[in-house]
Design a binder for this molecule. Sequence first.
Ligand code: 6PG
Length: 258
Amino acid sequence: MEAAVTEGRIKIRVFPDLESLSHEAVHIFVETSRQSISERKSFSVAISGGSTPRMLYTLLGSDRYRDIVNWKGINVFWADERCVTPEHRDSNYRHAFESFLSKVPVPDKNIHRIRGEKGPEQGAQEYENELRRHFDTANLPVFDLVLLGMGEDGHTASLFRNSITLNEKGRLAVPVFRNKSDHDRITLTLPVLNNALHIVLLISGTSKSKTVANILGEKNGKHRYPVGRIQPTGGTVIWLLDREAAALLRTGRACCSA
Ligand code: 6PG
């Protein structure tokens, strides 16, 4: 049993645990892809890395769900990627490939990997070129679905607090230069993410609860964190939280009823 509230344009749904949250995320993926493919013969999704969506990806590649998705019409992109080879243990592509892309019949040409191994600048430019080619537009691409996570510091994709990338308006994908403890990265920009038809945030665990409460529970909390700037211009955004991540939200607003 889950609870749901709406905070302005943001829909918040709270689930007992990561497993039930992940099954709902699969349901959203299946439904949005079915609708997009039936209406426009194609479905473009941008997925994220991190640990939270791994169960979702495993479910997409599982016997239970694999065959109910029309993979031939699906184009897979990434919201961000580390500047590593696709075989690297930190590659978002590798995690997605191992958990579902290697198990479903999505055409190779429909897998739009960010070539992080080319380095942040060249990789970002090549990804931007691929986005413009695929969406055949000089304007902002319109993703049918974007799957995002949130770090404890409120970052999403590879958009970090106090970064100039948060104010990027012209480019679709930009380089992100990190310190030694992390890899340089490439990320979609906020205008691209916010131009999607459907955005789903998957947030799980006690470690996220304070940031979730700061963002959703405080009047101006949203603008203090990159994930709070995920506010689609015309589409929908749903925060899928588990009980732990929602624990500090004011009771009666968004906590499970079971
Ligand atoms: C990435 C993601 C990143 C992630 C958050 C949350 O490539 O790592 O784009 O933004 O979603 O860091 O990660 P967890 O799901 O592991 O908490």
